[in-house]
Design a protein around this ligand. Sequence first.
Ligand SMILES: [Zn+2]
Length: 81
Amino acid sequence: MELETHTTPDGDAVFVDRTEADRGSKGPFFAVYRSETRGERWGYFCGNCEGFDTAMDTMARIECNDCGNVRKPEEWDAAHE
Ligand SMILES: [Zn+2]
């Protein structure tokens, strides 16, 4: 599976893996790597607004600062399965 090449707002080239997704409230969060070999994790890509302005807090909660898409920790899965 090929990774998608994107450029972050900071001008860095990063690689988005669309096969590795975490479900969020508005759309998926995709894994982002610094290299094509998935060597170093960069962070998350918001599949809802196609943006990189995401943050993960100490509770493993991922949130998009642009559109408010959020992936909550464990209880999110428990409540929907
Ligand atoms: Zn977003």
